[in-house]
Write a protein of this length. Structure first.
Lengths: 295, 322, 391
């Protein structure tokens, strides 16, 4: 039972984090490598605020989301848009966006490292205390429950928004064929900014909740989650909302089970192995769009 | 000068390794294959050559040669398995491959030294040997950019369907790309362990990929000259910036971001654009078509009537295929 | 078109050949001569270099070590140990990168007036530096850097005992509390902690109920905690680094474990603070604590407090003793010739000495050996529980 609770909580964390990445990767084709750094920096900003006054969890979450949205918006505006404007073809744009994201991540990392001296930092200055509930032989904290509820609700909301709203439709159109979408009068640039901001807000939210769950993170924590997010998105299929949830919980489940049955040193190999396996057998992931190549 | 070289010998070594590593990503990229397998082969080869020297008493060159051949084979096999994938998916698989190597190496028990890694790989391998090997690798890469082979590589990257319809065996070029990335990555890894005498799990992994990519983006994605330029800058700049001290990472990040936005072809591409601009500028005022020194052949002479004519554009294209 | 191709190929080959020839000339000309015989007797000023991470994740250890070096050198200069010659310390930053550390070492080696250097606290830097130091015959004294392959010959020394050699001082704590079994969570990223988890702890006499290895990418500590607690050990052992320590302590408390936790010194220096009350009760052995009673230690603590206004960390104590050892060797050699200093260090290491780290310190295979002390993380910070195997 405890195993299950752990796996669900872990999966929710992965889901929250990967949701933002999947949103931008699947629609406007931006693989944002600074997503991890933004996640961390939102939490870091909250930590800085806490040095002045003890804020509640709710306020911290709001703060984190604003910080995340602002940062992502900035990255899109300052880095990614210029790259896309100047690039001649999709292939080279992809690489440059990748590098641009890595570079931005490094900048945020450097700032956080400077202030914290790479020591772990947490949000324990907050006025909200976490309580633990026990029943049977199992236990779970209220923050963990909150994380799970938030993750699943947001996943549902974003999924609904993509499917039913006009903007969601426009975004999906861009994801299928950006040129035709532009011909249809869709403002790619504006929508891209909005999407990145939403993705950033999700990252910020994930950051605050994650830090509360883990009690402490370091400036380097964001990059570790980046790899896990890849695994989730790849497993589920790029561009699929159902996919990213599937990937997140599958990965969390596999890792938890492995940790239970073995001594833990092969857990990473399994995650990476899963990626390789899925990409070989079913490159589009479980729920993704199939890509056709003739050569 | 010699003293300078001596005190900076470590930087020279670092440049050679970074250069060959960058080539292991750039050479396949020029064929349209977005593969990071070179970083994984770096790890395989570093550990393999260390084990060969420690357990079997191989000479450094025998160890390097064996490792490079092994990783070339690994690259080839990998290529055969995953050649159907393209773009980011290909990158992801090779990335995962690299990380798996990292895990295998930690769990390899006494053979691979676990989390400590291997050390004490003392040989008579010198920086001079490293320079020769690096130069050899660069020469091979350079040769693949010249003449007919070079143009075919271009074709396979730019338009595989067209290339295929013209009789170029695209699949074979792709497999060559994978093999080359394995061999080059293996060379970089083997050289590293020979000169540093140690190898540990933390030396291989994500940072290798970031290093290689950054070099190519800053220096130039299309040519070995870009790789050399990028390797020199990325290796030497942090030392030159000692006054920046701890903001090292920040400067590195800013540099990378600027390069990714404003230098799509890297610094070498910028250089080429500059050369072209200067040549055009030089040509513009001449009413009577005086022959520029580098006109490739007779047909272009007719097009020199005015700078904006299609002929001038043709010359642009002719020079631009680099 | 054939003409262009030949021309370009020829150009490339010529450039490459020219480059090669040039570089060959450079390397051939440059032969490092180590036989720089300095005149007998010490020069007025002796330059030493400390190569440590002053920025980046390990900066807190590197900077503390530098403070220890500075204090010792100031005292030595005020004393008569070197007969009027003064030591001058240059501190350079490795920025946490092994290549940078190796590079800084090579720079120091090419300065013939430098008789010895102080090496980095990080094992990864040390592994890159030691082969160079040994080959170029430059005496190098490390603090921390507890990996295999750091002390590889007469020229490499380490003024910090290996955690595996003093960890057993915790036996008294185990005996006093009657712990008969333990479950271990450790990180496979650290060779030192892997060593302690797999070799040292099993020899302490407790039954090992379960051992779990985490990696650099582990996010979830609730699962390993649950695994360990399910086997009902008397005490839990947590050998982790960085943020994993507060995360795991909190997870343990949330799972209902209220007992003490055996840890390691990576949990010190404020790393447990984010855990708040959950971090209380972690106990670990360390080579030095500012409350330890040895006279020479207290003398050091007083001097440090007077100079810096705070209590010293073990990194500073190790560096202090390291500096004194090197200075004594230079004084005994009465020369800044590196080979002579090396010989003097070998001779000096055969004697036991009193220093910041304690009394009766000895060397074994180039590394300091001592009993160690046990500290506990309480609500008011770290408290010394006991010293050595006796008290």
């Amino acid at each position: 039972m405890q195993e299950l609770l752990n796996a669900v909580t872990l999966g929710s964390v992965y889901l929250l984090f990967a949701l933002g990445m999947s949103l931008t990767w699947g629609t406007i084709d931006i693989l944002n490598f600074s997503h991890g750094a933004i996640f961390m920096f939102a939490s870091f900003s909250a930590y800085l605020m806490l040095e002045h006054s003890a804020l509640s969890l709710g306020l911290l979450i709001l703060l984190g989301m604003i910080a995340g949205a602002a940062l992502s918006f900035l990255v899109q505006f300052v880095v990614f848009e210029p790259i896309l404007r100047r690039s001649k073809d999709k292939g080279s744009a992809e690489i440059q966006v990748l590098i641009g994201g890595i570079g931005t991540g490094m900048i945020l990392l450097a700032i956080a490292q400077h202030k914290t001296r790479s020591n772990p930092f947490g949000l324990n200055g907050s006025s909200t205390e976490s309580t633990t509930w026990h029943w049977g032989g199992a236990h779970i904290t209220d923050v963990a429950v909150l994380t799970t509820v938030v993750a699943i609700s947001l996943w549902l909301v974003v999924g609904w928004w993509l499917r039913r709203s006009r903007q969601g439709l426009a975004l999906r159109a861009i994801g299928v064929d950006a040129d035709v979408a532009a011909l249809m009068g869709i403002d790619r640039r504006g929508l891209a900014m909005v999407t990145m901001a939403i993705s950033g807000a999700l990252a910020g939210l994930a950051g605050i909740l994650f830090t509360f769950l883990q009690v402490a993170i370091t400036p380097e924590s964001g990059d570790t989650l980046l790899l896990k997010a890849f695994a989730c998105i790849v497993l589920g299929g790029v561009g699929s909302m159902a996919g990213v949830a599937f990937g997140a919980f599958l990965l969390a489940g596999a890792e938890t089970v492995l940790l239970t049955r073995t001594d833990g040193s092969w857990v990473d190999a399994i995650s990476f192995g899963l990626i390789v396996l899925v990409l070989l057998i079913r490159p589009s992931g479980m729920f993704g769009r199939a890509e056709v190549r003739r050569t | 000068m010699i003293v300078y070289f001596q005190t900076h010998e470590v930087l020279v070594q670092g440049t050679c390794i970074a250069l060959v590593l960058a080539l292991s990503i750039q050479v396949p990229m020029r064929m349209g294959v977005f593969s990071f397998a070179g970083a994984g082969c770096y790890g395989i080869s570093a550990y393999l050559s260390a084990i060969l020297v420690l357990e079997r008493g191989f000479s450094p060159f025998a160890a390097i040669a064996t490792s490079v051949v092994t990783t070339a084979a690994v690259g080839l096999v990998l290529g055969v398995i995953i050649q159907r994938l393209t773009g980011l998916y290909l990158a992801m698989v090779t990335f995962a491959f690299d990380l798996i190597i990292g895990v295998l190496v930690i769990n390899g028990g006494n053979r691979t030294g676990g989390s400590t890694g291997l050390f004490g790989v003392i040989t008579n391998f010198t920086t001079w040997h490293m320079l020769v090997l690096a130069a050899a690798a660069v020469t091979c890469a350079a040769v693949s950019e010249l003449g007919r082979a070079g143009r075919r590589v271009e074709a396979v990257r730019e338009d595989p369907e067209l290339a295929s319809s013209m009789g170029i065996n695209v699949s074979r070029y792709r497999l060559v790309a994978f093999t080359a990335s394995g061999a080059l990555g293996g060379l970089a890894g083997a050289m590293t362990v020979m000169i540093r005498t140690t190898i540990a799990p933390r030396d291989i992994g994500f940072n290798l990929i970031v290093l290689g990519l950054t070099i190519i983006v800053v220096g130039g994605t299309r040519s070995w000259k870009g790789a050399v330029l990028g390797a020199v800058i990325i290796t030497w700049l942090p030392s030159a910036l000692t006054s920046i001290g701890e903001w090292n990472t920040l400067v590195y990040g800013v540099m990378t971001v600027i390069a990714s936005i404003f230098l799509p072809r890297g610094l070498y591409g910028l250089w080429l654009s500059g050369v072209r601009w200067w040549q055009r500028h030089r040509r513009a005022p001449a009413p009577a078509p005086a022959l520029p020194d580098d006109a490739p052949d007779a047909t272009s002479r007719l097009a020199l009537a005015s700078p904006g004519s299609p002929g001038a554009a043709a010359i642009e294209l002719g020079e631009g295929v680099k | 078109m054939a003409g262009t191709r030949l021309r370009t190929m020829r150009r490339t080959l010529i450039t490459t050949a020219a480059l090669l020839a040039g570089l060959t000339a450079l390397t051939a000309c440059g032969s490092s001569s180590n036989s720089s015989a300095s005149a007998k007797g010490l020069p007025d000023q002796i330059k030493l270099v400390a190569i440590n991470p002053m920025t980046g994740p390990a900066a807190f250890a590197g900077l503390a070590a530098n403070k220890g070096y500075e204090l010792a050198i100031k005292e030595i200069n005020d004393s008569d140990l070197l007969g009027g010659s003064k030591l001058k310390l240059e501190e350079v930053d490795t920025k946490g990168e092994a290549q940078e550390a190796a590079s800084k070492l090579t720079t120091a080696i090419s300065d013939k007036s430098i008789p010895a250097v102080f090496g980095s606290v990080l094992s990864q830097d040390a592994l890159a530096m030691s082969p160079i130091a040994q080959k170029s015959q430059m005496p190098i004294m490390y603090t921390q850097a507890g990996s295999d392959g750091v002390v590889i010959g007469d020229y490499t020394w380490r003024a910090t005992p290996l955690m595996g050699t003093y960890y057993s001082v915790i036996k008294k704590f185990i005996a006093d509390n009657g712990y008969k079994s333990t479950g271990i969570i450790y990180t496979s990223v650290s060779p030192t902690l892997t060593d302690v988890a797999t070799k040292t702890i099993p020899e302490l006499g407790m039954k090992i109920t379960k051992t779990i290895a985490t990696s650099a990418t582990t996010q979830d500590f609730a699962a390993p905690v649950q695994q360990i607690l399910a086997t009902k050990p008397d005490v839990v052992t947590v050998l982790l680094q960085g943020a994993a320590n507060p995360s795991t302590m909190t997870a343990l408390r949330q799972a209902g474990y209220t007992g003490k936790v055996l840890g390691n010194s990576a949990a010190s220096a404020g790393n447990l603070d984010p855990a708040g009350a959950a971090g209380v009760g972690m106990v670990w052995p360390v080579d030095f604590n500012y409350e330890q009673k040895a006279a020479s230690s207290q003398k050091f603590v007083a001097a440090y407090k007077a100079a810096y206004g705070e209590d010293p960390l073990n990194y500073a104590a190790e560096a202090y003793d390291a500096a004194y050892f090197v200075a004594r060797a230079i004084a005994a050699a009465d020369s800044t010739d590196r080979a002579a200093v090396k010989d003097a260090m070998v001779a000096e290491s055969k004697k036991s000495f009193d220093g910041a780290l304690g009394e009766g310190l000895t060397w074994k295979d180039g590394t300091i050996v001592l009993d160690g002390v046990v500290v506990e993380h309480t609500a008011d910070g770290e408290k010394l529980l006991y010293e050595g195997s006796g008290q």
